[in-house]
Design a protein around this ligand. Structure first.
Ligand SMILES: Nc1nc2c(c(=O)[nH]1)N[C@H]1C(S)=C(S)[C@@H](COP(=O)(O)OP(=O)(O)OC[C@H]3O[C@@H](n4cnc5c(N)ncnc54)[C@H](O)[C@@H]3O)O[C@H]1N2
Ligand code: MOO
Length: 405
């Protein structure tokens, strides 16, 4: 047993936890705080490094797509009425044919090749009857021709600023002639606290393996940020102060894992008080996750406190961390599904707190998973979504939140 007297925590008075905010209010406050702040730095990155970030400016088409009138099908570009005499062949990438087609003429053409001037339509191979030098079939004027700029006109906005950079958006950007993108991506530095916590290997009895760090890179990037570092900090206020000082100097958001509650080693609130932090959310009326917090430091960075229990940390991240990252990035919060479903299983409401329950989707409804204690990850690891059960169960359909993927 540790018999040493408790160390003084800070020269400033320790802030006490105020009345927790309701879960919807806390989540909205996190989003409002982040979106009201000046947008973070814009960087220009190669397409290969942009996945997961957020467009800082509109994505403008540098080329018209298609760049010329092109064939939408493999077949024959034909002019006038048939049968048509086949003059030659045009493949995608070919120079546009100098000579226009005259009535009764055709060229064999590949999908994407520029249709010659004078083309009435493209007759698809499967609709064409080919003889040695001629081809015949039925066509409608303009059939199977993609007009220049039909998909995306030159100079048009193909995706607005604030769009998440997804694989599809990268494909769009490449198709429009971009090699780089101007993006935002808030930087998150995580401090994992606890003398008993081990970052690697099999924990000895009494120790625990860090189970929050591994969920953070994916959760942070899902929200539009990037996890730049994970630092392990012991249960010592001076160590936490020094680590926090370093982290706030290099990140937009510091996520402190553990030390958020009321125990003798839970120094986070007192240490933040020493920094002159303003508490925007100081406890949330939700289960699990109630000791979480959100504070703003005078120099600018935001600090999110996640509970040490890892099951609680995951659902708490959906309440404060994810809305803050998405808000700073200038993109929508990825968690809301806009879906409300009927729940089955152990979904009893709490008298005063919002319950956040892992569920499996089944048909039109959802079934609560088992193993949902705050220290238990087995349920949430196999859940499809988180159901929001308001205090006293007001309303019979529950809102669904996405889990980080
Ligand atoms: N008197 C009170 N005690 C507690 C309260 C309370 O309101 N009053 N809240 C409980 C709840 S709920 C939670 S959640 C925890 C939150 O505690 P902390 O954020 O202060 O975290 P710790 O005390 O450091 O750790 C709690 C628990 O989690 C384990 N842990 C910590 N970090 C990790 C990690 N990175 N990976 C895996 N496990 C971790 C730690 O060993 C403890 O077992 O407080 C309750 N108590
Ligand atoms: O609310 Mo704690 O965050 O349940 O485990």
């Amino acid at each position: 047993m540790d018999t040493t007297p408790p160390a003084p925590v800070s020269t400033r008075p320790s802030p006490r936890r105020r009345a927790p905010q309701t879960w919807p209010r806390a989540r909205a406050a996190a989003r409002e705080l982040a979106t009201a702040r000046p947008r973070g730095a814009v960087t220009e990155v190669a397409l290969g490094e942009a996945l997961g970030s957020t467009l800082a400016v509109d994505l403008v088409a540098r080329v018209a797509v298609p760049s010329l009138d092109t064939a939408a099908m493999d077949g024959y570009a034909v002019a006038g009425s048939g049968p048509w005499r086949v003059l030659g062949r045009l493949l995608a990438g070919a120079e546009p044919r100098d000579a226009a087609l005259s009535c009764g003429q055709a060229v064999e053409i590949a999908t994407g090749a520029p249709v010659p001037a004078g083309t009435l339509a493209v007759l698809a191979h499967e609709e064409a009857e080919r003889n040695a030098h001629t081809v015949s079939g039925r066509v409608r004027p303009g059939r199977h021709i993609r007009r220049r700029g039909e998909t995306t006109p030159l100079g048009s906005v193909a995706a607005p600023a604030g769009s998440p950079v997804t694989p599809a958006l990268l494909a769009l950007a490449a198709g429009l002639g971009h090699d780089t993108l101007r993006v935002r991506r808030p930087a998150v530095h995580a401090l994992v606290t606890g003398d008993e916590v081990r970052l690697h290997g099999t924990p000895a009895p009494g120790q625990v393996r860090d189970a929050i760090g591994p969920m953070l890179p994916g959760t942070v990037s899902w929200a539009g940020g990037v996890l730049t570092a994970i630092t392990h900090v012991g249960d010592d206020p001076a160590e936490l102060t020094a680590a926090l000082e370093r982290a706030v100097g290099e990140a937009d958001i510091v996520a402190v894992c553990g030390a958020s509650s009321a125990g003798p080693a839970d120094h986070l609130r007192a240490v933040l008080g020493g920094f002159g932090a303003g508490f925007v959310v100081d406890g949330v009326a939700c289960r699990p996750g109630h000791p979480q917090l959100l504070a703003a430091l005078p120099e600018g960075p935001l600090v999110v406190g996640l509970p040490g229990n890892p099951g609680a940390a995951l659902v708490a991240a959906l309440t404060l961390l994810v809305p803050v990252i998405a808000g700073l990035a200038g993109r929508p919060d990825p968690a809301p599904t806009g879906r409300r479903v009927r729940l089955a299983g152990d979904v009893r409401p709490h008298p005063v707190d919002t319950r956040l329950i892992g569920v499996r989707l089944c048909g039109e409804g959802a079934l609560a998973v088992e193993h949902v204690g705050p220290a238990d990850l087995r349920g949430v690891a196999v859940a499809d979504a988180i159901a929001v059960v308001p205090p006293q169960g007001s309303g019979d359909l529950a809102e669904l939140l996405r889990l980080p993927r």
